[in-house]
Design a binder for this molecule. Structure first.
Ligand code: HEC
Ligand code: HEC
Ligand code: HEC
Ligand code: HEC
Ligand code: HEC
Ligand code: HEC
Ligand code: HEC
Ligand code: HEC
Length: 331
């Protein structure tokens, strides 16, 4: 028993020395990374470099032995957050990127490197095989997903709670959520709170308050990017004949339905990558979560009315779009 205790003691000494060795050398090699780690909760919890990167590498000569960090690395210690993340839309960001036919014509740097489309879509989870394949083709970094909002090596929860954590990706022409939010009353009040003009306790929702209530890492909206909802192959309950006809036209133009209105193989893609909400239940669940989030500050009536205006805009835009498609098809 005594010998065993000594052995365990020596073993623990051995690992703590190697963890310390990483730090000592990296204080010279990458001082910024070590300084950030020292600011992190991981440091105070004694989570060391080797917990994420492995302990195989010990010098400039064997850098290739460093383990690739993926969301799986974090999941060992943060299983709940991983499970939530995996169930949400962010986890599918890599899948949707790869399912775009044009992706394969782009330079590797813009997809598998951390630039262009890949710079944002790397938030998505990749299969082990996909990572191995990419590493064979020369990509070493950018497979961790979880460092998208709490960046390495501070891995700060305070950083992830601020709307700027989302801004690096949710901005610009395609998805200007940052521009919309930061110039809305919600965003302005949040900014004024940080400037100390409004008191800290004044209410002002962040992206996270609405999209990650209670810190839930499973993000998904009712409409989504494509703004299509159906109930199986039928219309979402309560929608008008006109709206349903317009939507069918749009789905045909997208090749999700064939000219006879029958589903094509593309529908499977849409379903697998959750690009559209294909059951009323799925849509209603997300809508209910959102109304609940608004109701922390607004009346439910107010929230429902605002949402209904958004829905109505989509209906009117679908109509314009469908008319255009019909006219072009007619030509
Ligand atoms: C004797 C010095 C030394 C020790 C000890 C050391 N490293 Fe390194 N490490 C390096 C050097 C040099 C590089 C390459 C840096 C560069 O390219 O600028 C590197 C690179 C890395 C990288 C980046 C990988 C890459 O492909 O660029 C990680 C992660 C890393 N080390 C983690 C660790 C961990 C974890 C330990 C302890 C188990 C450790 N290091 C121990 C010197 C060391
Ligand atoms: C070996 C276990 C371990 C691994 C691996 C690990 N963590 Fe942690 N992490 C902890 C512990 C312990 C805490 C402190 C308790 C808590 O907040 O859950 C923590 C805290 C955190 C926090 C809260 C920080 C704060 O400011 O309060 C974040 C965010 C975090 N980890 C993210 C990550 C991410 C991302 C990864 C993967 C890249 C990761 N962790 C890998 C153990 C680990
Ligand atoms: C600046 C970050 C960024 C870049 C660069 C970027 N995307 Fe995206 N992409 C996003 C965000 C954020 C969303 C989700 C937007 C939303 O729901 O409004 C998205 C959504 C998508 C979707 C729809 C996913 C769905 O299920 O609804 C596809 C497909 C897509 N992007 C492909 C691409 C391709 C291809 C490129 C490169 C030409 C690209 N993206 C470049 C951030 C980016
Ligand atoms: C909680 C997990 C975790 C811990 C602990 C951790 N790292 Fe990292 N490290 C990461 C992640 C995630 C990345 C990004 C990996 C990628 O993009 O492939 C990374 C990347 C790196 C890189 C290469 C990328 C760059 O930005 O240069 C170096 C060097 C590095 N870490 C050094 C260290 C050192 C030294 C320590 C200890 C002081 C450490 N790491 C501790 C998770 C961790
Ligand atoms: C006051 C609550 C609220 C805040 C704050 C908020 N959103 Fe939203 N967001 C919504 C609502 C409501 C929708 C539409 C949901 C639906 O489909 O019913 C939406 C839709 C979205 C969508 C998907 C639909 C689309 O436009 O393509 C994304 C992505 C998104 N928000 C990201 C963000 C980001 C990033 C921020 C912060 C910069 C943010 N949101 C701030 C409530 C909010
Ligand atoms: C879209 C941004 C985003 C991504 C991506 C993200 N997180 Fe978080 N994370 C947050 C936010 C926001 C919080 C703060 C939640 C709260 O207010 O309680 C948080 C909190 C945490 C915490 C702090 C302790 C806790 O449980 O509240 C841990 C640990 C954590 N995340 C782990 C992870 C892991 C592991 C991943 C990858 C599977 C991940 N996060 C990906 C935004 C993100
Ligand atoms: C590294 C880039 C990146 C960051 C950072 C990021 N996102 Fe995203 N987000 C994306 C991409 C890419 C998608 C599209 C994924 C898909 O649809 O498959 C997306 C999708 C979403 C969706 C789902 C929209 C839908 O179609 O229903 C929501 C909601 C969302 N993000 C909110 C946030 C919030 C809130 C934050 C900050 C806490 C954040 N994101 C941070 C890249 C990012
Ligand atoms: C954390 C509290 C909070 C949450 C959650 C919240 N809001 Fe607000 N909202 C406010 C405050 C405060 C204002 C500014 C009120 C004013 O302009 O007098 C505001 C303003 C607005 C406005 C501008 C019109 C007006 O009355 O001034 C709209 C529209 C709005 N909110 C809709 C929503 C919707 C929809 C949701 C849910 C998706 C939501 N809000 C969630 C606090 C919140």
């Amino acid at each position: 028993m005594f010998r065993l205790t000594i052995l365990i003691f020596l073993l623990s000494l051995a690992t703590s020395i190697s963890a310390q060795e990483c730090v000592t050398c990296h204080e010279k090699v990458t001082p910024g990374a070590v300084a950030d780690w020292k600011l992190s909760r991981h440091f105070s919890e004694e989570i060391t470099c080797d917990d994420c990167h492995g302990d195989e590498h010990s010098s400039a000569a064997d850098v290739q032995k460093v383990l690739t960090v993926t969301a799986e690395t974090c999941s060992g210690c943060h299983p709940d957050r991983f499970d939530q993340f995996e169930a949400g839309k962010h986890a599918l960001a890599w899948t949707v990127l790869k399912s775009m036919p044009t992706t394969h014509f782009k330079p590797m740097e813009l997809i598998d490197g951390q630039k262009g489309c890949g710079g944002c879509h790397k938030i998505g989870l990749k299969s082990e095989e996909a990572v191995a394949e990419m590493k064979k083709n020369g990509s070493t970094f950018g497979h961790a997903s979880c460092d998208s909002c709490h960046t390495r090596h501070t891995f700060s929860v305070a950083e992830a709670r601020e709307p700027e954590a989302c801004a690096t990706c949710h901005m610009g022409f395609d998805h200007p959520q940052w521009e919309m939010y930061s110039t809305s009353k919600h965003g302005i009040r949040h900014a004024l709170k940080r400037d100390g003009i409004l008191p800290e306790t004044a209410s002002a929702p962040t992206c996270q308050d609405c999209h990650m209530p209670d810190g839930d890492h499973e993000v998904r909206t009712a409409w989504g990017f494509l703004a299509v909802r159906t109930n199986g192959l039928e219309r979402y309950p309560g929608e008008s004949d006109q709206w349903w006809a317009d939507r069918v036209t749009i789905l045909m133009a997208l090749g999700v339905l064939d000219p006879d209105g029958k589903p094509t193989a593309r529908l499977d893609l849409v379903r697998d990558a959750q690009v559209a909400r294909l059951s009323a239940k799925e849509f209603d669940l997300e809508r209910a979560k959102m109304i609940k989030a608004c109701s922390k500050c607004h009346s439910e009536n107010f929230a429902r009315e605002e949402m209904a205006k958004g829905d109505s805009l989509i209906e009117q835009i679908d109509h314009l779009m469908a008319q255009a498609i019909r006219e072009v098809a007619g030509l």
